[in-house]
Design a protein around this ligand. Sequence first.
Ligand SMILES: Nc1ncnc2c1ncn2[C@@H]1O[C@H](COP(=O)(O)OP(=O)(O)OP(=O)(O)O)[C@@H](O)[C@H]1O
Length: 377
Amino acid sequence: MNLPLRKSPLDDAPSLLPTATPQTPALAMERVSHSYAALRAVDDVSLSIARGEIVCLVGPSGCGKSTLLRIAAGLERLQQGSVALAGRLVAGPHVQVPPERRSIGLVFQDYALFPHLDVLRNVRFGLHKLAPAEATRRAMDALAQVGMDGYAKSYVHQLSGGQQQRVALARALAPRPDVLLLDEPFSGLDSQLRAQIRDETLHLLKQNGIATLLVTHDPEEAMFLGDRIALMKQGRLVQVGRPEDLYLRPSNSFAAGFFGEINRLDGVVRNGCVDTPLGCVHPTKLADGTAVEVLIRPEMLALSEQKPVTGTATEARVQAARLLGRTSLVHMTVEDSQAGPVHLHARVAGVWLPAEDSRVWIALDAGRAFVFPTAAV
Ligand SMILES: Nc1ncnc2c1ncn2[C@@H]1O[C@H](COP(=O)(O)OP(=O)(O)OP(=O)(O)O)[C@@H](O)[C@H]1O
């Protein structure tokens, strides 16, 4: 992935877009495509980040997230499209500004700190244009922001993973870049520390009002950090929106499945209804005869021990129930007259662990099921 950057006579040709205004995005990528030999790693992607906005780029392994981030950073030479930072064209058909002249801060999974420099000199590294006293003051401020000012004289090998991550963040923030680009910055940390550091990072980014593009393969991390999420698959953007848009209004079954476990039921639209073991679901705008999959998140199923007196409910047999912490997961089977037994998961609040082989009733709010044509991905 670390292709060497070739120098070009165009490298020093930054230019302000003639249309730049105060509303101009901090980062704007337009119709970017990138191939490695025959492999189309990024395919016609347009994505903008507003000032102060955090956008999480998420998707399965190999879908092109890092390539897109590296193009924004200038670590990968642009092949097609354009990249502008704060209204300044930094990569386009006749422009290729090198990373160090892009006003970006970078943090990678391995932090890429210099082992031969102490923490202070690591953070001062990008501040060489400032007077020495000012550079030290700015670096110490950045270290204080991440709670690492007490480690200024320590070397990288003396720090824990979490401390190194904080120093890497301080180093990226110290020059006050227009945009911060973070590639899987928490994946080297164990789960408890990861939760803590990403919480600190969220508040730090918001306090600094810094536009951020963060790459992660973890949907929960993307929902935790992102003002918006850009979901990628095989080099293309599948859906871009607020976390609640992607979770509650996924644009296809891939998006629905990516952001959480899902129950899938196959069916066909007949007379405006898809008949499922849980009752009729009315898809919008799908013609009769269309083969569909009905997708239901486990928390969309309401369970009760007694048959509800109103509404439709389906009898189910409990196979297992497990406490997962804040919620419990109930495994059940319902009988489908055509398909036979259907296995379903329901997620219920708190501790409710119905006995194995007991009977429960499932009520589905049909308006909260997602229906997509079977062939659409
Ligand atoms: N330097 C390279 N040379 C050839 N192929 C590459 C190179 N870098 C990435 N690829 C390929 O391009 C595709 C996209 O890779 P990329 O690293 O951008 O994906 P990703 O979504 O960041 O994956 P991951 O989450 O696993 O890091 C993958 O198929 C990858 O194997």
